[in-house]
Design a binder for this molecule. Structure first.
Ligand SMILES: Cc1ncc(COP(=O)(O)O)c(C=O)c1O
Length: 460
């Protein structure tokens, strides 16, 4: 391996970092190079051991370097590292993972078909094409629009960027694909309509219904929604929200794509995030991240059997399903996914996330003592604190985004990795295996970092 100084120089010189300002990074931030990971701990190039309070990117569910996943990957690598699944070809791990996945849902939902991608963006790109195909084959090609919610994040392909309604992602890359638009999220802390739950009568859903009426239900293919918004600021909805959203979809004949890329596989203290919301029935599910604990890139799309059957019946006999990526149903990735799900089940990690998630949230609640901590929210091990300059007015600390970024940097100095987002939040989402003493250390780092941030940015 190249020596440390050269590694840092090459990183600055050659490597492009996503979601990182090119100039700002070069000038102010030495690259933080991680060389090892074990459980909830990571080690950087300087040999410093740190707590990973964010499971990489809310994805390493079972912790870093899980031996059972490594073994499964190693074994599959030795046997068959790759074969295509185009043209009816197949491999055992992808078949087994599809069968396993569909067995995990309420049978009455009829979610009986699965295929696998490399990530959440490919999964949602795939899902958008499937819903358009489904309607078009039924003679409804004008039913192509996709509705998402503001603060929803669905990926970084062109269509998925259009569906992602966090607007800095849209800047300077126009034109985005046509047919994507968004409605309000159930973001009760800063309600767009200045209402307060539960007296609000869900104006966010009224806006959705009005939008459906304005556009025409016969032009809308699907609504895509995260059961708990993640990257857009960790926003759990009120419990009535999703059942009502499902009713609206049913009333207007619109498909519901639930994007469980973050919330799937135990993160929220249930195996799937939608289980929190009174058994709402998804038509299509999107997965990635926790499905393989990111040991190998893997995403999945699970669809209702009758949607698949309709496509099969109506598709021209001589025309295959005209969609596919080279790495779809990748045997090594699927072997990792199978091993990962087995670990989550055998080690009782869903229950553990529920219990330790409560403990984490209680710890975070104590941070409300600081003037800048406007809100604390989350479910399971999916949590956030929202920082404000003024608790009454809920205005952001200036310059925007500087407060969460500074808190993240200060925590890093104290040996804890957490993540900021453009929504003035600092999010904490550790691996599901985290224990309480490690949670205490994360809270302690935040407890020390927030007043330091206030001193610098709010001149306290
Ligand atoms: C809810 C959700 N959907 C989709 C994606 C896109 O996934 P990926 O980054 O794996 O393409 C993400 C990524 O964070 C996500 O949080």
């Amino acid at each position: 391996m190249v020596e440390k100084e050269l590694m840092i120089e090459w990183d600055k010189k050659y490597l492009i970092h996503p979601l990182t300002h090119p100039r700002h990074f070069e000038l102010h931030h030495p690259p933080r190079i991680i060389v090892e990971g074990k459980g909830t701990m990571i080690k950087d190039i300087n040999g410093r051991e740190m707590i990973d309070g964010f499971a990489g990117l809310w994805c390493v569910a079972v912790g870093h370097s899980h031996p059972k996943i490594i073994e499964a990957v190693h074994n599959q690598m030795k046997k068959l590292p790759y074969f295509t699944s185009f043209h009816g070809m197949s491999t055992p791990p992808s078949i087994e993972l599809a069968a396993k996945l569909v067995s995990m849902f309420d049978p009455s939902y009829n979610l009986t078909r699965a295929w696998f991608t490399c990530d959440g963006s490919e999964t949602n790109e795939t899902n958008f094409k499937i819903v358009r195909l489904y309607w078009a084959l039924q003679g409804k090609s004008e039913k192509y629009k996709i509705i998402s919610r503001r603060f929803g994040y669905h990926g970084m392909g062109m269509a998925t960027t259009a569906a992602t309604a966090i607007f800095p992602f849209h800047w300077n890359i126009d034109p985005l694909p046509e047919g994507f638009f968004n409605v309000a999220a159930p973001y009760c802390y800063q309600c767009e309509f200045d209402k307060t739950y539960p007296g609000c009568d869900f104006e966010c859903l009224t806006e959705l219904e009005e939008t459906i009426e304005d556009e025409g239900a016969d032009t809308i293919a699907a609504i895509i929604a995260e059961p708990i918004i993640g990257s857009g600021g960790v926003i759990p909805p009120p419990k009535e929200y999703f059942p009502r959203l499902r009713e609206i979809c049913d009333k207007h004949g619109i498909l519901l794509i639930l994007d469980e890329v973050i919330t799937g596989f135990g993160r929220t203290g249930k195996m799937f995030g939608h289980e929190h919301w009174g058994g709402i029935r998804p038509d299509i599910l999107s997965f990635a991240k926790g499905i393989s604990s990111a040991h190998i890139p893997l995403g999945a799309s699970v669809i209702r059997g009758d949607i698949y059957d309709t496509i099969g019946e109506l598709q021209d006999e001589r025309m295959p399903l005209m969609h596919g990526f080279t790495y779809m149903n990748h045997p090594v990735a699927c072997a990792a996914g199978l091993a990962n799900i087995k670990v989550i089940e055998e080690e009782g990690l869903v229950q553990r996330a529920a219990e330790n998630g409560k403990y984490l949230l209680e710890g975070l609640e104590t941070l409300r003592k600081y003037d800048s901590v406007g809100d604390v929210r989350g479910i399971g091990l999916l949590t956030t604190i929202e920082l404000v300059a003024d608790k009454e007015k809920k205005t952001p600390i200036q310059p925007e985004n500087s407060a969460p970024e500074l808190v993240v940097d200060l925590c890093w100095e104290k040996g804890v990795y957490v993540r900021s987002s453009t929504m003035e939040t600092v999010s904490i989402a550790p691996a599901l295996i985290i224990d309480r003493p490690t949670i205490d250390k994360i809270i302690d780092a935040l407890d020390k970092s927030i007043p330091e941030m206030e001193k610098r940015l709010l001149k306290k």
